[in-house]
Design a protein around this ligand. Structure first.
Ligand SMILES: *[C@@H]1O[C@H](CO)[C@@H](O)[C@H](O)[C@H]1NC(C)=O
Ligand SMILES: *[C@@H]1O[C@H](CO)[C@@H](O)[C@H](O)[C@H]1NC(C)=O
Ligand SMILES: *[C@@H]1O[C@H](CO)[C@@H](O)[C@H](O)[C@H]1NC(C)=O
Length: 379
């Protein structure tokens, strides 16, 4: 009897143990999925947000050389392919919204498995809305290709979560950010080598019309792949970057009018496009990020923000503003990287990125509309 009871209680204990284990593993899976509730970002665009895709391309546009990344803690200050000294705006926003990891570059061989649920980065230095943009770099991922790649990720997410959970995850927990357009002007329409550019055959109006038409198609494709929460940055004051100021031999407080006028003209059309898409694509929210006004203010009132210079590149060479040769091992570098709006001839420093990201996360509707990114996440 005693033995029977002990066997019975033993099997009871085993049953309990099995039950506990089953519960625990269920609980663990749930906890892991709750973790995903914090959200993922799928990042599209150009060198402003490239987190290393160009490292895997045969291209002239590369940032995986020192001293790029010198302030990027996760790599111990080594270059990662980011075109800045530290984190990009996409990195900072993801971190602030509670993503446990930075969105990994799509082309990195280890961007597989559950890692893709924390977000994937498709952005590529030199890339633009138009396929022809950035041709001078030989290779780059333009928006059409970036979205083809998301289509691959989309199917992988189906496999990981099952089709219905995958759909819900992409619609509700994922933010799609698009930071593109500057290269369509800088490395296409405005390129000094006119024969490669579109400027000979098209007026600014026609060219901008073309870019907007392509972008409409691209954003609609993302919608077809279940993207619902979008943030689209407009083009910044590209006439004020050290590269443009240097090649046009401007004074410290001047900017190139033509470049800024094109950006303003394009930005007006972009705003209308986002209004149109908000009306026409049911369930989608397109948030407009007014990077142009934000960065213009940063440049104009740099001292108020604690910067020492908004005209010189911290890392670069050539001309009055170190604005001709991109940042690399032979560049001169400024003493205090946190005091420069621009890291290199084209890109903001991490210090500037932090200010921009904060405004996108928490700013009001003159900068980020119809809602800021924290509100978009919680939608
Ligand atoms: C992939 O490898 C890089 C470089 O070794 C590492 O920093 C990164 O964390 C890895 N990513 C994932 C998703 O494992
Ligand atoms: C751009 O290139 C991609 C890939 O080569 C191609 O699929 C797409 O149709 C092209 N888009 C345009 C507008 O030419
Ligand atoms: C995604 O890829 C499939 C083929 O695998 C294709 O049929 C579909 O049109 C693509 N979707 C988009 C939006 O590009």
């Amino acid at each position: 009897m005693a033995m029977m009871r002990s066997i019975a209680s033993e099997s009871c204990a085993i049953l309990l143990l099995v039950l506990v284990m089953v519960l625990c593993s269920c609980g663990w899976i749930e906890a892991a999925d709750d973790d995903l509730g914090l959200g993922a970002s799928y990042i599209f665009g150009d060198s402003l947000v490239d987190a290393g895709n160009n490292n895997y391309l045969p291209t002239l546009s590369k940032a995986n050389i020192k001293p790029n990344g010198i302030d990027f803690k996760a790599s111990g200050g080594n270059p990662t392919g980011r075109y800045t000294n530290g984190r990009t705006i996409g990195d900072i926003v993801g971190e602030e919204l509670g993503q446990p990891h930075f969105a990994a570059p799509f082309l990195a061989p280890n961007t597989t498995g559950r890692a893709i649920l924390y977000g994937v980065n498709y952005a590529s230095g030199g890339g633009g809305v138009m396929n022809s943009t950035g041709r001078i770099f030989v290779n780059r991922l333009s928006m059409d290709i970036q979205i083809d790649y998301f289509n691959i990720t989309r199917k992988q997410i189906d496999k990981l979560l099952g089709p219905s959970k995958a759909r819900e995850y992409i619609m509700k927990k994922s933010i799609f950010s698009v930071t593109v357009g500057a290269n369509d002007f800088l490395n296409n329409y405005l390129l000094p080598v006119l024969s490669i550019g579109a400027r000979i055959s098209q007026t600014p109006d026609q060219f901008i019309d073309d870019v907007i038409t392509h972008l409409r198609g691209q954003l609609t494709r993302l919608y077809q792949l279940d993207a619902r929460k979008f943030v689209i940055g407009n083009v910044g004051p590209i006439g004020c970057i050290p590269y443009q100021k240097t090649i046009n031999q401007l004074d410290e407080n001047q900017c190139v009018d033509l470049a800024n006028e094109l950006a303003i003209q394009y930005n007006g059309r972009l705003k209308d496009l986002l209004t149109e898409l908000n009306e026409n694509l049911p369930g989608a929210t397109f948030v407009h990020a007014n990077v142009f006004d934000l960065v213009s203010d940063l440049i104009k009132n740099y001292a108020k923000y604690g910067f020492k210079s908004a005209s010189r590149a911290c890392c670069g060479n050539g001309g009055q503003f170190q604005g001709i040769i991109p940042c690399g091992p032979t560049s001169t570098m400024c003493e205090d990287r946190s005091k420069y709006v621009f890291w290199d001839p084209y890109h903001p420093s991490e210090a500037a990125n932090l200010i921009i990201a904060k405004q996108l996360l928490d700013g009001d509707t003159d900068i980020i509309s119809p809602m800021n990114l924290r509100q978009l996440r919680d939608l």
